[in-house]
Design a protein around this ligand. Structure first.
Ligand code: ZN
Length: 256
């Protein structure tokens, strides 16, 4: 069996490492040095790198890691990503018998057009698609595209552990409270996640069940979300994707 460990990098990134006592796979190693420090201290060899999308804080370690380890780099079909040897697409299955790990690729465009996620064994490595109580900014995709990606994630089992690429949970909870401040699960999450952060521990992985209960960006189908979309749009939304888009726009405004 394997363990799944978030390795902090830069200010608020996590490089997710799936490993046993010999081998490791890393998701989105934007900072090679942070990952190498972890691998060295646990005496691990790097078997593969999985990339979710082209942003530099997710891919910046590729070249250095490829030089240092005999590892294979998997990622989406985007020539801007350095070093990808195996292009993967929705529905592709990846097998890593060394770790007893099988992952399925899910296309999750929205944050970027090339964004993919990896799911298997009750884990979801979703890059910048879902964050703790939040979701990625729409840099390249449309609200409808991102809403469809989130619907795919919503179809995974509730117990799925959601491994996000940034520690943004407390900021996202502050936004969620502006319109869901009576939600007891959100308030409970705030107090437990605040205490984790005070101890410099990650708030992640969360579970899909917790995200469904607290994350406004996974709750856009709920009737209770519609009034907030109306407030932003100043008219009735035409569909749930437009409700999602309005909540995302409210978050952008909240962030200033
Ligand atoms: Zn990104």
């Amino acid at each position: 069996m394997f363990k799944v460990t978030p390795v902090p990098a830069f200010e608020d990134n996590y490089i997710w490492v799936v490993h046993n006592d010999r081998m490791a796979i890393a998701v989105d190693p934007g900072d090679a040095d942070a990952l190498i420090g972890f691998l060295d201290s646990h005496q691990l060899d790097l078997l593969a790198v999985l990339i979710t999308h082209h942003h530099r804080d997710h891919t910046g370690g590729n070249t250095q890691l490829r030089q240092r380890y005999d590892c294979t780099l998997y990622g989406p079909d985007n020539p801007r990503i350095p070093g990808i040897e195996r292009i993967v697409r929705e529905g592709d299955a990846l097998h890593f018998p060394e770790l007893g790990l099988d992952l399925e690729v899910i296309a999750t465009p929205g944050h970027t057009l090339d964004h993919i996620s990896y799911a298997g064994h009750g884990y979801l490595f979703c890059g910048d698609t879902v964050f703790g109580c939040g979701c990625g900014k729409l840099f390249e995709g449309t609200p409808a595209m991102m809403a469809a990606s989130l619907d795919k994630i919503l179809s995974l089992p509730d117990a799925t552990r959601v491994c996000c690429a940034h520690e943004y949970t407390l900021d996202n909870i502050a936004f969620a409270k502006t319109f869901d401040g009576d939600n007891p699960e959100l308030l409970a999450r705030e107090s437990s996640d605040r205490s984790l952060r005070q101890q410099h521990r990650p708030t992640l992985p969360s579970t899909l069940a917790l995200e469904k209960a607290t994350n406004p960006f996974l709750r856009f189908h709920l009737a209770s979300m519609r009034p907030h979309a109306v407030r932003y749009l100043r008219r009735e939304p035409v569909d749930d994707a437009e409700i999602f888009g309005a909540i995302r726009a409210l978050k952008d405004r909240f962030d200033g």
